[in-house]
Design a protein around this ligand. Structure first.
Ligand SMILES: Cc1cc2nc3c(=O)[nH]c(=O)nc-3n(C[C@H](O)[C@H](O)[C@H](O)COP(=O)(O)OP(=O)(O)OC[C@H]3O[C@@H](n4cnc5c(N)ncnc54)[C@H](O)[C@@H]3O)c2cc1C
Length: 368
């Protein structure tokens, strides 16, 4: 049997792509490693475009209410300056949704069990015959090399420590982010799991050596360090995990018979919470390109896949340059430049149209 599409990699991007293509009646083979990380305490900030895609895949409504919490306000502090966003001024119901990563994986998995036309293959299986290869192997992809794809890479030398927290005060749907003068970035994302109304997902990026030390701290010491940055009383719930941070961008997103999607194609710093949003936008774009192809065009046709590449290249480039520039400007520059950036943030706070445009961009409802 020849599959229409072989998807290699079954993270959130590979699973979503399998569902989207199966819904078009394409025969899909999904090859994965299916080793859920017991310590994956991440949560994703998902924008409106990602939410719409997941709703269309019949996954969004299956997420338990406490596993998807709307963000209605956000405050960013950097270089002594401050920037506030609110759903109300952005004329939206919410700025983003914070979604439990493990729960999203579980619901995608459940949906795949009922999806016709999808065959799951384990890692030991040989690649079956196929017309189009979609690589969704994530950051450590090995398949890119075989395709001869060159990569732009920068190792940030930082790691993100992730954890779940309980706050003394209710979160009220507000997200927080602090850029410290020593280059650390701490984000608190409201999430009603583990504690309804008081839960946060923590993403704390910092130099790798410091992250390793903080992973070893006992609970009291870790909570004290959180308080020193945030000024809030926060209790650690469960495990901490940590992730190396890199910038990576493939110079090609498609070629004859193949496409790259998700972290395999572009890895960005999590400071703007956009990595999976980019990956899900890849899924939506590829599904649209394949659905609208001329009847005589083969799935692996290079001209067809070039349409996908054109649809995604600018968005991917802008987001990786934007997050990289923010990282350099707000964490790696001398103190005077960080103060200047902080003044810029405060000035932006008084420019509602520009703020609205920025929020709409982050919400996935407009393009540059
Ligand atoms: C701390 C942190 C916080 C983040 N926060 C956000 C956020 O708020 N919002 C947001 O949008 N994004 C966020 N991200 C980014 C997001 O986690 C990633 O963009 C997303 O998980 C990428 O999904 P993926 O499916 O492309 O890759 P992965 O999740 O890496 O999945 C790839 C899968 O492919 C499998 N695989 C690899 N090679 C093969 C092979 N040869 N055969 C079969 N299987 C293979 C792997 O085992 C893996 O399961 C964050 C990231 C971090 C580290």
């Amino acid at each position: 049997m020849v599959f229409d599409v072989l998807i290699r990699g079954d993270g959130a991007v590979g699973r979503s792509l399998a569902l989207a293509l199966a819904a078009q009646g394409l025969r899909v083979a999904l090859r994965g490693r299916a080793q859920p990380r017991a310590d994956d305490v991440r949560a994703y900030a998902l924008n409106a475009a990602s939410q719409r895609l997941l709703a269309g895949l019949k996954v969004w409504d299956s997420l338990p209410a406490e596993a998807r919490t709307p963000v209605v306000d956000m405050q960013v502090q950097a270089g002594g300056g401050r920037l506030d966003f609110s759903a109300w001024t952005a004329q939206a119901d919410q700025l983003a949704w914070i979604v439990d990563a493990a729960e999203l994986d579980a619901q995608l998995d459940a949906a795949l069990r009922f999806a016709p036309h999808v065959q799951r293959l384990d890692d030991a299986a040989a690649d079956p015959a196929h017309r189009l290869l979609a690589l969704c192997e994530g950051r450590e992809a090995v398949g890119r090399e075989a395709l001869g794809v060159e990569l732009l890479q920068r190792d940030y030398g930082h790691r993100a420590v992730a954890a779940r927290l309980e706050a003394e005060l209710p979160h009220q749907g507000r997200a927080w982010q602090w850029f410290s003068p020593d280059g650390e970035i701490l984000a608190l994302l409201p999430l009603d799991r583990p504690v309804p109304g008081h839960g946060y997902a923590l993403v704390w990026s910092q130099p790798s050596a410091r992250a390793a030390e903080r992973m070893q701290l006992d609970t009291d010491a870790f909570e004290a360090e959180l308080k020193a940055v945030t000024g809030q009383s926060l209790r650690l719930h469960g495990l901490r995990s940590h992730f190396p941070l890199r910038l990576l961008r493939a110079e090609r997103l498609a070629g004859p018979g193949w496409v790259l999607l998700g972290d395999c194609a572009h890895l960005v710093h999590p400071l703007a919470g956009q990595g999976l949003n980019l990956g899900l936008a890849d899924v939506a774009a590829l599904a649209a390109v394949l659905q609208s192809r001329e009847p005589w065009r083969a799935l692996g046709d290079a001209k067809l896949l070039r349409r996908f590449e054109r649809a995604r290249a600018a968005d991917t480039w802008v987001m990786s340059e934007f997050t990289d520039a923010l990282w350099v400007g707000l964490t790696q520059s001398p103190p005077w430049a960080q103060r200047l950036a902080g003044e810029g943030l405060s000035a932006l706070n008084h420019l509602p149209p520009l703020k609205r445009w920025l929020s709409q961009r982050a919400m996935g409802s407009s393009v540059f």
